[in-house]
Write a protein that binds this ligand. Sequence first.
Ligand code: NAP
Length: 299
Amino acid sequence: MYDIIIIGAGPAGLTSALYAIRARKKVLILESKAYGGQIINASKIENYPGIESISGFDYATNLYNQVTKLGAEIKYESVIRVESDKTVITNNNQYKAKAIIIATGAENRKLNIEHEIELIGKGVSYCATCDGNFYKDKIVAINGGGNTALDDALYLSDIAKQVYLIHRRDEFRGENYYLEEIRHKKNIKLVLNTNIIALNGNNRLESITIRDNKNNIKQLKIDGLFIAIGQVPNNKIFTNIVDIDEYGYIKSLDGVHTKTDGIYVAGDTRVKDLRQLTTAVSDGSIAATIAIKEMKGSN
Ligand code: NAP
């Protein structure tokens, strides 16, 4: 029996664990992939108060070490179902807790075009910091207009010979701070008002077909495509205990409570206005603190 089971070892989940463990609670973190969540892929974080600049990998690893050194237990298992009595069923085991915090974040949105999945690792990637080094002096394209795509473009411009930044509009969702740097980079070419409509190649990406908003279609020869078009949550397994919105994000009553007593939500996976590292760790600390307080109240 655990005091708190946290589902997800991204910044929100690990921060919940930090607060719970410091309150001397018995904590289990369940993670299906690797610790760190999405932030582990950010080449640089420069908007976290008090830290001038840090890589996503270093940030996530510091947080993971901090939490596990204090005694949080982490198991790499996929959660299949959570019951309202706070039983968590995974692919391997069954656990019980007094409270559960869902901090499952979100996963990379797919373009949903033919050959996308089969070309992953063969020219198609969702992580510039993981795979960028394979493209030294090569030609790459990034798709997207948010901070991830802009950060990826800058990161890859120091490795690749030529970088195309393809975005479906002519305005970016990402910050001007990145855009100014991009405009100074000679090897980044903006391809705006444009969508990728086909991935071409025989067992390895060789080119993409793009279409602009005037319906001009052309082929772009590239060695690698980095898809950075946002994230989607994966909360279908929780619909017996929480409500989700039309996009799949968990609805919270006030930021942390779900509709089920003792089941809380934190981080990017909930309905919220701003999905940032700062708001993820904020959610994590609040969810754990409230869970602990309410656990005492119910004893
Ligand atoms: P995002 O902000 O949701 O941006 C996704 C981008 O992909 C948008 O420009 C969107 O276009 C485009 N897009 C969505 N679906 C598409 C499709 N089917 N085809 C083509 N384009 C599509 O996602 P993100 O950039 O991953 O960022 C997520 C969050 O993490 C944000 O809050 C961001 O600020 C944060 N982040 C922060 C840092 C940092 O601070 N260092 C780094 C990375 C990410 P439209 O604009 O037309 O909708």
